[in-house]
Design a protein around this ligand. Structure first.
Ligand SMILES: Cc1cc2nc3c(=O)[nH]c(=O)nc-3n(C[C@H](O)[C@H](O)[C@H](O)COP(=O)(O)OP(=O)(O)OC[C@H]3O[C@@H](n4cnc5c(N)ncnc54)[C@H](O)[C@@H]3O)c2cc1C
Ligand code: SF4
Length: 472
C-alpha cells in the first residue's frame, strides 16, 4: 500500500478538460494530464484492499493496487510492466474506458474513488515518452499461421498475443487502417489516432501482417482464408445499427451515427473520402436520437463542425442523480452522467419517443415526438415538435453483419444474432473458427474487446499447440 493514511488526508483530484470554448476549435484531445506530484499523491490514496473490488470491476482485471503502489514509490517501469501484463493497450482504455474499476473502488462508497483511469493513462503515456515500449519479438516461431478477420481492439489484442507466442499472424481489415470503432467511430477529441498507428507499428515489428482493404466474404472468400490458416478468428464487430422505423425515415438528412462519425474521423486522418455525399452539421439544428456514447460523440462532432443547436433525445426516463450505494456498489450504477460532449451545450430530454420525421422538398425539417411513461406508453397530450435539419440515429447496434462472412461459413448464431461461441473456448460452431469481441458478445466496450481478444488468443494457442503460456 502506498501511504496507509493518504485516503483520509487527500481528496480525489482528477484530470481536467480544457474549457469548452477552446476545445471546440479543433478535434484534438482536451484532457489535461495531472503532474507527477499529483499522480503520486492520487495513487497513494489506494488502500490496497484485502479484496480489491476494482480489480474485479475492471474487465481485463488490471492489478490496480499493485501499480498504484509502484507509482507512489516512483517505479514507473515496473508499473508499466505490471499494467501490460493484463492490458495490451492501456493508452486506449486510459482515454476512453468508462472506468467500471472506479465505480467498484472501495473509496467510491462515499463518491471519492481513486483516479485509477488517470494513473493507468499516465503510466503508459510515460512508457511511450521514455521509449520503454518496444516490440516484443518472439524468440522462436511455431510454424503455425492464424488469420484474424477485423482489426478492431479485439482483433488487435488477439493478434499481438498470438504473434508474441510465435505464430504467423495475418489481420484482414476491410478499411484502410487498423482500430475498428476506435479509429472510425470514436472521435479524435476522445482519442487521437496516432495511438493506434504506434501500436500497429509495434505489432508489425512483432510479426503481425495487416492486410487492409480486404472485406472477407466479399473481396475474398472466408473459406479461402480458412484453408490458408491453421486457425481463423472472427472479430468483425457488431455493425448493424438499430433503425427508427417511422414515417419520414427516408428523408434526406436522417442518417445513422456511423454514417456521420467515420466521415469526420477520416477527414481528421486525411483519408480519402471517395465520392460520398458529405454529412455536415454546420449551421444546422441537429437532433441526436439515443443517449449513449455514440450519441455523445455525435454531439461533440456536431458542435465542432459548427452546429446551430444540438438536442439529444433518450427514450428511457432520466436516471437518478445519485445511485443507492447500498444496492449497487461495487457494480456499475445507473445514475445521471454528463459526458464532456453533452457539457458543451447540448439540450437533453428523456422519456421521449420519436413518432414521425417531417420534411419539405424531400429534406428533413422537424421531428414529432411524444413523452412516454416508464412502460413506454404514450402520455396523451404530451406531443411536441422539434426543428431539425439533421437527425442522427444513435440507438445502438443489433448484431454483426450476416451477409458475406457469417452466412458463407454457415455459423450458428446466438438468440441475438451474434456469432455463437462461449468464453471457455471461443470456438464457433465450425472447427478451427473462433470468435471474439463485439461480433461474439454484441455491442460492448473497448476494454471488453481487449479482454476477449486476449482470452481468445490463449484458446487458439492451446488449440494449435496443445498447451499455452498465454494468460487468460
Ligand atoms: C461511436 C462509438 C463510440 C464508442 N465509444 C466508446 C467509448 O467511449 N468507450 C468504449 O469502451 N467503447 C466505446 N464504443 C464501443 C467500442 O468501440 C466497441 O465495443 C469496440 O470497438 C469493439 O471492438 P471489436 O474489435 O470487437 O470491434 P470493432 O471495433 O467494431 O472492429 C471490428 C473491425 O472488423 C472489421 N470488419 C468487419 N467485418 C469485416 C470483414 N468481413 N472483413 C474484414 N474486416 C471486417 C471492421 O471494419 C472493424 O475495423 C463506442 C462505439 C461507437 C460506435
Ligand atoms: S481498463 Fe477501464 S476498468 Fe480497467 S483499470 Fe483501466 S479504466 Fe479501469
Amino acid at each position: 500500500m502506498g501511504k496507509p493514511t493518504a485516503f483520509l488526508e487527500l481528496d480525489r483530484q482528477d484530470r481536467q478538460y480544457l474549457p469548452a470554448e477552446d476545445r471546440l476549435q479543433n478535434f484534438n484531445e482536451f484532457m489535461v494530464p495531472l503532474d507527477e506530484v499529483d499522480l503520486k499523491q492520487q495513487a497513494s490514496r489506494c488502500m490496497d484492499c484485502g479484496v480489491p473490488y476494482c480489480h474485479n470491476g475492471c474487465p481485463v482485471n488490471n492489478q490496480i493496487p499493485d501499480w498504484n503502489d509502484l507509482v507512489y514509490t516512483g517505479d514507473w517501469q515496473a508499473a508499466l510492466a505490471n499494467l501490460h501484463s493484463t492490458n495490451n493497450f492501456p493508452e486506449f482504455t486510459g482515454r476512453i474506458c468508462p472506468a467500471p474499476c472506479e465505480a467498484a473502488c472501495t473509496l467510491n462508497i462515499d463518491d471519492n474513488p481513486v483516479t485509477i483511469k488517470s494513473v493507468e493513462c499516465a503510466i503508459v503515456d510515460r512508457g511511450w515518452e521514455e521509449g520503454w515500449i518496444l516490440p516484443k519479438v518472439p524468440d522462436h516461431k511455431t510454424g503455425k499461421s492464424v488469420g484474424i478477420v477485423g482489426g478492431g481492439p479485439a482483433g488487435m489484442a488477439a493478434a499481438q498475443q498470438l504473434a508474441r507466442a510465435g505464430h504467423d499472424v495475418h489481420v484482414y481489415e476491410k478499411y484502410a487502417k487498423a482500430g475498428g470503432l476506435l479509429r472510425y467511430g470514436i472521435p479524435d477529441f476522445k482519442m487521437e489516432k496516432h495511438s493506434i498507428d504506434r501500436r500497429a507499428e509495434q505489432m508489425q515489428a512483432e510479426g503481425v501482417t495487416f492486410h487492409y482493404g480486404v472485406n472477407v466474404g466479399v473481396d475474398v472468400e472466408a473459406a479461402e482464408l480458412e484453408a490458408k490458416h491453421d486457425a481463423l478468428i472472427l472479430s468483425g464487430g457488431s455493425e448493424v445499427p438499430r433503425d427508427l422505423p417511422v414515417t419520414g425515415r427516408e428523408l434526406d438528412g436522417v442518417h445513422y451515427a456511423m454514417d456521420f462519425l467515420p466521415q469526420q474521423n477520416r477527414r481528421v486522418g486525411h483519408e480519402d473520402l471517395g465520392d460520398i455525399t458529405p454529412i455536415l452539421a454546420k449551421d444546422k439544428h441537429v437532433v441526436v436520437i439515443g443517449g449513449g456514447d455514440t450519441g455523445s460523440d455525435c454531439i461533440g462532432t456536431s458542435f465542432r463542425q459548427g452546429a446551430a443547436s444540438v438536442t439529444q433525445l433518450e427514450i428511457m426516463p432520466m436516471p437518478p442523480e445519485k445511485e443507492d450505494k447500498g444496492v449497487t456498489w461495487p457494480d456499475w450504477p445507473l445514475k445521471m452522467r454528463t459526458s464532456s460532449s453533452q457539457e458543451e451545450g447540448a439540450v437533453r430530454d428523456f422519456s421521449v419517443m420519436t413518432k414521425q420525421v417531417m420534411g419539405e422538398d424531400g429534406k428533413v425539417s422537424a421531428i414529432q415526438c411524444i413523452k412516454v411513461d416508464e412502460k413506454m406508453q404514450d402520455i396523451a397530450g404530451s406531443e411536441f415538435e422539434l426543428k431539425a435539419d439533421l437527425v442522427l440515429l444513435a440507438m445502438g447496434f443489433v448484431h454483426p453483419i450476416h451477409d458475406g462472412l457469417i452466412n458463407e461459413l454457415a455459423l450458428e448464431k446466438d438468440p441475438r444474432g451474434n456469432v455463437a461461441a462461449d468464453t471457455a473456448t471461443y470456438e464457433s460452431s465450425r472447427k478451427k473458427v473462433f470468435a471474439c469481441g463485439d461480433m461474439r458478445r454484441g455491442q460492448s466496450l473497448v476494454v471488453w474487446a481487449i479482454r476477449e481478444g486476449r482470452q481468445c488468443a490463449r484458446e487458439v494457442d492451446f488449440f494449435l499447440m496443445g498447451e499455452s503460456v498465454l494468460p487468460r
